[in-house]
Design a binder for this molecule. Sequence first.
Ligand SMILES: Cc1ncc(COP(=O)(O)O)c(C=O)c1O
Ligand SMILES: N[C@@H](CCCC[NH3+])C(=O)O
Length: 419
Amino acid sequence: MDHFALKNGVLHAEDVPLTRIAEEVGTPVYVYSRATLERHARVFREGLEGVPHKLIAFAVKANPNLAVLKVLQQQGFGADVVSGGELIRALAAGMAPEMIVFSGVGKTRAELELGLDKGIGQFNIESREEGRELAELAAARGERAPACLRINPDVDAKTHEKISTGKAENKFGIPMVHAREAYDELAALEGLNLRGVAVHIGSQLLDLEPLETAFAKVGTLVEDLRAAGHTITHVDLGGGLGVPYRAGENPPSPAGYGAMVARVTKDWGVHLTFEPGRVIAGNAGVLLTQVVRVKRGGNGPPFVIVDAAMNDLARPALYGAWHDFIAVEPSGERMTANIVGPICETGDTFARDRECDALVAGDLAVFRTGGAYGATMASSYNSRGFVPEALVDGDRFAVVADRIPAAAIMDAERVPDWL
Ligand SMILES: Cc1ncc(COP(=O)(O)O)c(C=O)c1O
Ligand SMILES: N[C@@H](CCCC[NH3+])C(=O)O
């Protein structure tokens, strides 16, 4: 459930009509609901009530906006970060360093150093090479870096291939068959406090079964490692829970997920970390856009050309993803349309042959489920500048990221005097 609904014929975010945000901020603009973020945080937390010792670390990559992070920090969430930039953001939003987990397959030396400088709670090591480097850096400071070893369980998450991370051929983690050997080596290093394992098999999972299979493999590994004399106190189960992007999609509920986790992990006796991203932020945001014009006379249905484009919301172009598209002031009439942005490539298509609310030039509409992997994946392609973001709270809203116009981006460029 989210807090975007029609009231008196106008789509509102909580108590704010989206017409007001369009008027005051312009379009396109991402609009987030604080109440939805808080609700999702609460439902996720409550789903895990059967798990005694845990950290819920929001996957910052899903939505790194400082105001969004602040809302989640206030809900008791930590952060899962994958770059120095995300680490700095999580700290700036007030997240405690001990509640920050650093994931990612290609952390640079500088990023490992930054994590050590800030005293973060856990590094998820993705290779022996990374483990050795981190150990060396920490030992040079007379420290032991708290770490888990990310394993690759070779499980098909049954999601889009570009966001599947737990198959043997994916770049992530240490193959299960080498996990024991890698763990033995890294646990013996002076600069590491290797205390457990981590796993994350992919994103937008619509089925619990692959997660349960992966977790069961982790459970077996934990037993093996303990039998070999290792002390395992922490396991990181990653994120990945899907959200409904369209009618008929039925992702597992956080309660169902939590019950499965509690059952599978009940004898592990470890502290668990969770890294949810999309399930918290996805349906807490929409991309508000205005129809530039409706172009007719082609071979197929009319083109509804909107002022948002693939640079603002990349998911349809990148993954062929579906985002519901609805009018802010629906007339009740329907149409079938190709919904496109203004960018000069055919990939800039949000939907083909889509049955949607009838729209004419000047109308406002939203792409739903834009709160995760939306603004964060924006670019300035076609020199369109960066899309702004607004956060609604009851009957008020604030711009939480300014529009960065193309001219401001150009200000950061230099033409050398030898040209
Ligand atoms: C290591 C890691 N943790 C957490 C996440 C968050 O995933 P999601 O947004 O699907 O919950 C991702 C992205 O898939 C990830 O790579
Ligand atoms: N960017 C992807 C999700 C990537 C998850 C990364 N761990 C999407 O929009 O679906």
